[in-house]
Each structure stands twice: as C-alpha cells, then as structure tokens.
Design a protein around this ligand. Structure first.
Ligand code: ADP
Length: 438
C-alpha cells in the first residue's frame, strides 16, 4: 500500500511543484506548456511499456519479457521470474513424461490408454505390433475399428473385465494374446496385451503329450486286462498263488485303466479349443440315474437319500455334468465309513441351480480344502488307493465347473463329514422340463 501511494503521488507532486515554480518565474503560459508536455511524455512512456507487455503476453514463448524502469521494472522483473519458473516446471513435466513413455515402451507388454468411448489416447510400440496400430495416425480412433475380432469386440461391449481374454490369431495366424482391461479412473482404461504364443505352444504340447500317452496306454491295458480276466475265470487254474497273482494283476490293470480314462477326460476338458457343447440337461432324471448307480456302488453299506427340492433343468453338457456329479457321489461313498449317511440334493438358491452331496464321512481338515482340486492331491493316500481313487476326480469336477461358469463350494469338518456343492449361474437354469437352450 505504501508503495502504491509512493508511485501514485510522486509524479503528480513533482509535476505540480515544477509547474508552480515555472508559473512564478515565467508566467502562466510557460507553466501550462510545461504541464501539458510533461503529461504527454508520461502518457507516451506508459503506452510504450503497455504495448511491450501486450506484445509479450500475445506470445510469451517467442519473445523475452521487456525491460522497464520504475514500477514497470518491478512488474517486468516479477513476470520474468514467473515465466522462468513456468518454463522450468514445463521442462520437468515433459522430462517426467518422456521418462514414463520410455519406461512403458520398454515394458514386455502392450499398453493402450482408452477413453470412456474406447477411443485410443496413447499406445506403446508393443501394442502397435499386437493390434496393428499406428501410434501417430490412430490416436482418437475407436479401438474396435482397428482390432475387429468378434471376441475382442464382445469383451469390450460386455464390460466384464474380471478375467483376461485370450485372443488367438490376433493380428496374424499363430499369435496368441492375453488381454486385460483395467479401469484406472472414472473414464479411462488401460488395455494390457501380452504375447502368450510360446506359453500356449508349450501348454498344447503338454496337453497333447498327456492325451497321446493315455491313448497309447489304453489299448495294451485293455488287452492285458482281458487276458487276466480270462485266466482268472479258467476253472482248471487251481493254484492259489496264481489266482492271487492274477487277482492283484487284475486290480492294478483296472486301476491303470481308470487312471488313463481320467487323464483323457481331463485333457479334453482342459483344452480351450474344445468348446462346451450345450443342450438341455434333464437334471432331475440325471440325478435319479446317478442315485441308482450310487446305491449299487455303496452296496448297502450306507444310507443314501435323494432330495429333489427343485425340478428345474440345466443348460449344459450332459456327459461332463454326469462325470462331475458321479465323481462327487463316488467320493462321498468312498470316504464315508459303513453305516454313514449320504444325501444327494438338487435345489435352487437365489435362482441359481445347486447340486450338492452331503456325507457324514471322514471330513477334511481346513488346510487341505484349497488344494483338493489339484491333480493327484490326496488327503489320505492309502485310503484313496484302497478305494480305487485316481487322485483326479476333483480336478475333473473343477474343470467341468469352470466350463459351466459355476463354482465349487466345499464345507467340511474332520470326523463329521463334508458337503460338496456345485452352484450354477442363474442363466443356466431352465425352468420347464421341455424348455430348451433357446
Ligand atoms: P481320489 O481319487 O483320491 O478320491 P479326488 O480328486 O476325487 O481323488 O479327491 C482328492 C482328495 O480329496 C481325496 O484323496 C480325499 O482325500 C479328499 N476327498 C474328496 N472327497 C472327499 C469326501 N467326500 N470326504 C473326505 N475326503 C474327500
């Protein structure tokens, strides 16, 4: 404020003082002339600095901040400082941005930034390769105009990004991408693409190997098993040792056969190219058949009950569902001591069809439960072998469950029993027996 009065009053006071002095010495005309001239000069002086300031404001980058005197010197000095700070901040931001761009360019994954309408805002060189984009030309373009695979378009449309999308033959044959979308603000998304071609190739080789080995083993096993059965049935074979040996050989070949069959089933379920063949599954009828089979497997050793709380049908694959359900039933029978109770239940929970098998058997300690569906994972090895288990039953159940977008729920208490439930999504529920997939 003091500054303001100093600058505001200094010139008028000097001007009035000088004009009064001239008036006293040289008369009123000279004083008026001096007054007008001084004011005009002051006006020109102001206009010069104002024009210089206007010129600089019009294009601060192109010219330097002008120099001035008096109050103008202070104004231009401050502007100069502000401009310098701004320039430094801008340089720092561009350096950080360049750094970030270099880091994302070096990422082993493709990165595309999309706006709320799925238009490309930025992409790194690897994303350009994966989707055939041109970072300079395609900015602002809708990504689905450039990457048009139907699965990819659907993935973006459905907007369920919980699971990554596997895109085969993405840009050219043989390229397999794993694609994940991550929303990082209300309107922006990061599209991350990873080349999983070699991983897929190894996975296919592993799957083919297991399938081929299992297939190759099946024929010799069937032949050996056939001969073992024929020999055991021969009436003249009275040597007890030979009979016992044949009995053991028969048991082991049958076990190997079951193992081979389970491995083949798993390799089919495991193959992403083997799409689920869906149809109407008459669930109540299927359960009744499985209940009958359960009764014969239990051979009167357990109390088996079938509780039908729903009559809804299911959209799914009958063979796969039969395999999963019967694995759960056979487990309940094998891991429940004689006299125990087993309940097969078909019900609905919040519109979701649920198949469950409850037993009063051995139960499972909590730390085993998360690992039960791993291949060959067993809580009790000897019991599994004794009862003819392959260690693959729950792995099969898990795969069938995933292929039907269902979930497997396991509750168990050691010494009291277990309940295995498959909860299907509501969209798989078909209310009338005659209702079909469409
Ligand atoms: P297995 O052929 O050995 O039964 P599974 O994959 O079917 O293989 O089951 C894995 C393991 O889970 C079994 O070895 C067993 O220890 C345990 N298990 C499965 N079902 C039950 C059950 N109903 N009660 C107790 N334990 C079970």
């Amino acid at each position: 404020m003091v500054n303001f009065w100093r600058h505001a009053l200094a010139f008028p006071l000097i001007l009035f003082f000088c004009s009064a002095l001239i008036w006293a010495v040289a008369g009123v005309l000279s004083a008026t002339l001096f007054f007008s001239l001084a004011l005009s000069l002051r006006w020109v002086f102001f206009m010069r600095y104002l024009t210089a300031l206007d010129h600089w404001l019009a294009d601060p980058e192109a010219c330097v901040v002008p120099n001035g005197t008096g109050l103008w010197e202070s104004v231009f000095g401050r502007l100069n400082k502000m401009a310098r700070l701004q320039r430094e901040e801008r340089e720092q931001s561009s350096a950080a941005l360049r750094h970030l761009e270099q880091a994302t360019s070096a990422l082993p994954e493709g990165v595309v930034i999309l706006d709320q309408s799925d238009r490309i805002e930025w992409c790194n060189p690897l994303a350009e390769q994966h989707f055939g984009l041109d970072g300079a030309r395609d900015i602002g373009q809708q990504i689905t105009y450039l990457a048009r695979q139907p699965e990819f378009v659907q993935y973006l449309t459905v907007r369920d990004f919980s699971e990554p999308l596997v895109l085969r033959g993405a840009r050219h044959d043989g390229l397999t991408l794993s694609i994940k979308l991550i929303a990082y603000s209300a309107s922006k998304k990061l599209l991350i693409s990873r080349d999983i071609t070699s991983f897929e190739r190894i996975e296919t080789m592993r799957r083919d190997f297991v399938a081929n080995v299992s297939h190759e083993l099946r024929t010799p096993l069937t032949v050996v098993n056939g001969f073992v059965e024929t020999l055991s049935d021969m009436p003249k074979l009275d040597n007890a040792m030979a009979r016992r040996a044949l009995h053991l050989m028969g048991e082991q070949t049958q076990r190997m056969e079951r193992l081979v069959n389970d491995l083949l089933t798993l390799s089919k379920l495991d193959n992403a190219l083997n799409a689920l063949k869906e149809d109407t599954v008459q669930a109540p009828a299927l359960l009744r058949t499985l209940y009958e089979e359960g009764l014969s497997l239990s051979a009167g050793k357990h109390v088996l009950r079938l509780e039908m709380e729903s009559d809804c049908n299911l959209l799914g694959n009958i063979e796969e569902l039969r395999s999963a359900f019967s694995n759960l039933i056979s487990n309940a029978i094998r891991y429940t001591p004689q006299g125990g109770e087993i309940v097969l239940r078909w019900k609905e929970c919040n519109g979701q069809p649920v198949f469950s098998v409850q037993d009063s058997g051995l139960g499972i300690a909590p730390h085993h439960i998360p690992r039960l569906t791993e291949r060959f994972y067993r809580v009790d090895h000897s019991r599994s072998r004794e009862t003819g288990g392959t260690g693959l039953g729950l792995a099969i159940v898990k795969h069938v469950t995933i292929r039907h977008q269902a979930r497997l729920e396991i509750t168990s208490e050691e010494g009291k029993g277990s309940t295995f439930s498959i909860v299907f999504p509501a969209k798989r529920r078909l209310s009338l027996p005659e209702e079909n997939a469409d």
